[in-house]
Design a protein around this ligand. Structure first.
Ligand code: DOR
Length: 431
């Protein structure tokens, strides 16, 4: 029998008096002031904020196929260190996660590593080619129980195929997560279309390439009575389309990345490809609109779009570089900087956008639960007053393409617990 664990003096949701939390058999057994910890292992939580474990709907773990840049083990470690307890692994692997065999492999490997619950995302179309639907039913009924389907990295551009995908997933109780980008409008594009791209001589990536697909897909979801999720919403116009759709009862949810909340296309001035990402960094006005939408709930949640890349794919000229940036280990601190410090979200709000809503959207029923007796002890403890300086080579990922290199960020994950097991503590994963 494992010994009970007592968290001494934590503040659930950062509110009210500090309390003790006793964990027995992976479940919150008691919660209250000055609990008797006789016989229990002790973790001093003096002043730490306790939140439900974070849930990431969008991470590229690169296994199978690119184990040189990330594996399920290293990605899970980065996630646990970042406060995550569940991660949805995107399907653009090699081979693509478009069959039951591949998603089951990812799922099993995640279980073996055991640091976070890895939920494979299934591809919408075979090979991400956008020509015919993948084996959605087989993936949904596999051991991996796939619920989210996405061709992320590629847009499901064919309207009829998107309509069929929505209709089909409705029957499966699933969600289509769309990478909204009209590829005709972004052919050759290198940066957000606007003043900065013009000044730098980079081909522009119009906001309408995203917004037009979001609008189209909301209408298709309405007609199919299906559930749609928008990956990495990045423009003020997308927020307005989402508002329009939600006001009409269309079942659409959306995520925003930490980098689209904090960084703008001003960063492109030095042509450093670490800032190249898809969708591109937008304007300060877009960032403000996304922050307001996240606070209001028009954008439902934060998802990292953690995208590790090999050095040779980033340390090259801008146009040849691959898009994407690391996110799992910095997300919470970036959200604190962009949302909590300016007073747009309190800790309850952080729990909502980084745990409760994404868990609900992804059907990760064991996650995003209230911090209450009888609930799974799946938690993150955060020191709200600590700061830390990001060093890419100190992150758990195999890649080091972080745009926050050298930045001092607020808030530090002190410990992460998955069903009562400590998965990360004091900046180290626990195996
Ligand atoms: O920047 C990105 N990188 N955006 C995507 O949609 C895909 C991702 C990747 O796989 O590298």
């Amino acid at each position: 029998m494992k010994r009970p664990l007592l968290l001494r003096g934590i503040r659930p949701y950062g509110a009210g008096e500090a309390v003790d939390l006793l964990i027995r058999d992976g479940v919150i057994a008691e919660l209250g002031p000055s609990l008797d910890g006789t016989g229990a292992e002790m973790l001093d939580g003096g002043g730490l904020v306790a939140l439900p474990g974070l849930v990431d709907l969008h991470a590229h773990l690169r296994e199978p196929g690119r184990e040189d840049v990330e594996t399920i083990a290293t990605g899970s470690a980065a996630a646990a260190l970042g406060g995550y307890t569940a991660v949805f692994a995107m399907a653009n692997t090699d081979p693509v996660a478009d069959t039951a065999v591949v998603v089951e492999h990812v799922y099993r490997r995640g279980r073996e590593v055991g640091l976070v619950d890895v939920h494979p995302v299934g591809a919408v179309t075979a090979g991400l080619r956008g020509e015919r639907l993948a084996e959605l039913g087989a993936m949904a009924s596999s051991a991996a129980a796939v619920r989210i389907f996405s061709d992320d990295g590629m847009c499901v551009h064919d309207s009829l195929l998107m309509r069929r995908a929505l209709e089909y997933t409705r029957g499966l109780g699933g969600v289509i997560a769309q990478h909204a980008e009209d590829p005709r409008l972004t052919a050759g594009a290198q940066a957000h279309e606007g003043e900065i791209a013009a000044r730098l001589g980079l081909a522009g990536w119009p906001a309408a390439a995203e917004e037009s697909i979001v609008a189209r897909d909301c209408l298709l979801a309405r007609d199919a009575a299906a559930t749609l999720h928008i990956c990495h919403a990045s423009t003020a116009g997308t927020v307005e389309v989402l508002r329009w759709a939600k006001e009409r009862g269309i079942r659409v949810s959306a995520e925003v990345t930490p980098h689209h909340l904090l960084l703008t296309d001003e960063r492109l001035a030095g042509y450093d490809p670490v800032n190249k990402v898809n969708p591109p960094l937008r304007t300060a006005a877009d960032t403000q609109a996304l922050r307001a939408a996240l606070a209001e709930g028009i954008v439902d949640c934060v998802a990292t779009d953690h995208a590790p890349h090999a050095a040779q794919d980033k340390d090259c000229e801008w146009s040849a570089a691959r898009p994407g940036m690391l996110g799992l280990q910095t997300a919470l601190s970036v959200v604190i900087a962009a949302m909590v410090c300016p007073g747009l979200l309190d800790w309850r709000g952080v729990a909502r956008v980084m745990s409760e809503r994404p868990a609900r959207i992804g059907g990760a029923t064991d996650h995003g639960r209230p911090i209450a007796v009888g609930q799974p002890a799946t938690l993150v403890l955060v020191d709200p007053d600590a700061t830390w300086t990001v060093r890419g080579d100190g992150l758990a990922s195999l890649a080091d393409n972080t745009p926050y290199e050298g930045m001092e960020l607020p808030g530090r994950v002190v410990a992460t617990l998955l069903r009562g097991e400590i998965t990360a503590e004091g900046g180290k994963v626990q195996r």
